[in-house]
Write a protein of this length. Sequence first.
Lengths: 272, 555, 101
Amino acid sequence: MSATNQTVQDHGQHHHHKDLAHHFDTLEQQHDANTLGMWAFLLTEVLFFGGLFAAYTIYRYKYSAMFEEASNHLDITLGATNTVILILSSLTMALAVRCSQTGQAVWTGRWLLITIFFGLMFLGVKYFEWKHDYNIRLMPGKDWAGKDFFWWQYAKKAKEMEKHDKGHSHALPDPKDVLPDNHPSLGIKGIQESQQARLFFLLYFCMTSLHALHMLVGFVLIGIIAYFAYQGAYSPDYYSPVENIGLYWHFVDIVWIFLFPLLYLLGAHMGH
Amino acid sequence: MATVSLESRPYEKVSDHDSSHESVNYLNHDHSILSWLLTLDHKRIGLLYLVTITLMFLLGGALAGAVRLELLTPKGDLLAADTYNKAFTAHGIIMLFFFLIPSIPAVMGNFVLPLMIGAKDVAFPRLNLLSYYLYFAGSVIALTALLLGGVDTGWTFYTPFSSTYSNSYVVVMAVGLFVVGFSSILTGLNFVVTVHRMRCPGLTWFRLPLFIWAIYATSVVQLLGTPVIAVTLGLLGVERTLGVGIFDPRLGGDPILFQHLFWFYSHPAVYIMILPSLGLISEVISTFSKKTVFGYHIIAFSSIAIAVFGFIVWAHHMFTTGISPYAAMVFSLLTFSVAIPSGIKVFSWLATMYGGSISFDTPMIYAFGFLGLFTIGGLTGLFLSTLGTDIHLHDTYFIVAHFHYIMVGGAIMGYMAGVHFWWPKITGRLYSEFWGKLSAGITFIGFNFTFFPQFILGYLGMPRRYYEYPDEFQVLNVFSTAGASILAIGYLMPMFYMPLSFFFGEKANSNPYGATTLDWTDTTSPPSPHNFEKTPVVTEEPYNFHGKEAAVVSH
Amino acid sequence: MASSEHSTHQPASLTLYLGTFGMLMLLTVLTIFAGFQNFGMWSTPIALGIAVVKAALVVVIFMHGYSSSPLTWVIILASIFFLTIMLGMMLSDYVSRGWVI
């Protein structure tokens, strides 16, 4: 407890530091509180995504065969590209935090902006991925007429055609040639398959969009902190905002590290 | 030491050295409305919560009144079946999410926690204000859902009814709960960091008052559990809006999964509601027995144990749903384990009182009520954790009675004890002891009249959530409804004499009970805007009444 | 109360960060490679194992786990513990449903 007795005596001297909020005694106490707060928040985030991972685990267990087949409709190349991009952004974020620790204000801002750049790139790739999923009707939900938009038979047909002409022409099947998902000729098994594939894609969209939402929030926060970094608001004495946004961003990266194999690579061994 | 003083508060006069009421305090330093609405002061935020949750409590209570009145007669004559469903759903949602969960943590925790640990404020005052406004926004959204036409799913939102068949405003309500959930998470986060980082010099973990341990354990549960319900309600919203089948068995979904996810939060949420009460009762019993808490360490750890055990017992809500019998056995066994830390606490309170010099002030009367009701509630919980008995009692009034004994008899009695206990600190005024004791007594009697008959009703097989029932159940239902009106009087009384005391009550000195924790010994009543004149330094364990009694109480 | 967070004042070396990045890339390649092999029931444990190593690298190096206070590690382990409880106990119900009494 000797350290804390120190803080009482030092109270007067530290009181006027511009970055010290009135209710803390020392900068160090403030920094420790901020760091702990961020970690506690990440603990919450783990359980927040955890709910989705739980749903994934249960359905993966119940419908493992169909989950593998459905996973095969995702683009591993795009997924892998995004993994690389996101890890790269994690590196630039780590460098931003490092620069804030060493007092290189301008480079802190630059690395933060570069991080946003990679993040945007990630979402750009994601956009094309989702667009493709939309085109082959793997998006869960309803169309404008209020009918089911998701169409597993259509997606299967689209994949077949793509395989056939080796992905050169991006022609989509004519809806008239495709059976509806609940067509009696598919049998109970065929109908169940489309339901299970639907659950996979639903979870895929929930998980990736929650992840993307976290990135969007991240952009705003990183942008604000980059602005302050350029203003010279951070110093080796006071950089917890940079450190905390770093922790947040790395967490977003970790979520993706798990999402990538769980969503994209399930069915890779079945041949693409 | 063994003399029991029946005379109320021998030391309530303002002593000479304490002229706090004249000086600047957190209530009078700025009177503008904005200084309240935008305050970063934890004490004022606590009061904002106090006012808001009291309004919610009145609303939830009124709905309970409607439910009880409907059940006065066997026929459904007062409310239509659908309205009845909406009434008990709204009652459950409002009482649990908008009253009980924020009650002690957000009101007492906010007000007292920094005072008890010798801090100037919570670690993140702005976040604290944000929590309040999230709570406020969530309440507004939930009330909107009620005004639009309400929700008829029960507070549990069981699928597939809630996801597919219900035509009520489930999504709006889910959004409201999502928002209020974040308020709860941020409050928990704030308190965890505050307890870790803001303790004053010398205040080691084992010198913390037990209320702090309880609030800490509660906050951890809020951090770990609430995000899961948030994402579950999110999935429910997605299912309803997109018409997909996450929980709909017709579409390959699994409704039991919803219950797993729901109870993973909602069972620990029970401990969010009761744990702070358990801590608070330790304070009250120790203070009014003038005796150190029996088994301080084990009480502190039992709070943590309850928080952890709370996460491994959730499926006892699902014994009749067709979960695996093996899992059910394991969950049943684990559920019994929660009784251990709870039992330890009850015995510790009794041992604390044993040989103490007990004074029967209002908070203590409430605490006595708590002791009995919590014990009955806890013991009937054991009936329900037993697999075989639960099959018989599940979804009957036995369950309703059991959890009301814990939630109302435990959590709300504790909350009332806390409000009365800290009222002199919050307002600097003393309320009328006569009316206080009377309200505590009426609440206790009314409560038992209301809920004890429901144990019997449940045992006889009356299911919950029905608006009609066979004639032979009427006598007990009349008992229950009559009790509810007595209970309502008990709860309404403080809403008159407490505000009155705020304006006309006798001035309180800084430590009217001779308590030993920092909130009483080192601050004025009401506290100054920055709590302490100078940062306190703690040199001893709490509840050392031997040393402090002479210093504070003499006048 | 305040403790080992001081050490974050000494920033880690650039080589460490770049090396970590390299390792993460390598493991990404490995996980994709493993995904294309047919390990039967082991494919998910292998994929998750690699993901855990990657996540651990990010936590320890990028998030400065190596110099974090014990309390931070308590939080990290608590998040893993409670996530495991949730997934494990839920799964225990589904796995044992078909068992014959």
